[in-house]
Write a protein that binds this ligand. Sequence first.
Ligand code: ZN
Length: 174
Amino acid sequence: MSPLTHAGIGLLGWQWADRKKTVGSLALFLFAANWPDIDFLFSLAFGNRGLFRHQLFTHNVFFVLAGCALLSLLLPRGWSRWGLILTGLSHLPLDILVVDTVAPIGIRPFWPISDALYNIGLFPTLQRGSWRVIFSLNNFLVLGLEFLIFVLPVLFLYRRSLAARFRSPEFWRR
Ligand SMILES: [Zn+2]
């Protein structure tokens, strides 16, 4: 999925689990939801090969648990921390749902214990390549669909509390 979907789930996790709800904890939840895609940044910098091949080494339970458990130490003990870890883990099933067009097809959620690749391929994927491909109608529609399914319901469900929070200068200060 694109960062848009993961951000929608990050917002849901934050709204549902975080006890303090500061702008800092929101950033943490958004980051945790996207954490496995850190390899995408590396693949942009170093090329999509070896350790940096997208979705090969960072899309597994152990990488997510290690990163999110560390990040969670920045939150108060209890439900906020568990919520952050669950938010990070949500990345894996979401990516399994997306059509994968680049071999190896799927992600390896249990690597290094198992090399098994998982992919259900129900959801259309964003196409990458030239600027023309990036700004294509296909990608516009995919992002629109992701927004409709994964972001809009969260914004709608929590519209009152989000609006009140975002309007409060207190929220932005902490
Ligand atoms: Zn991913």
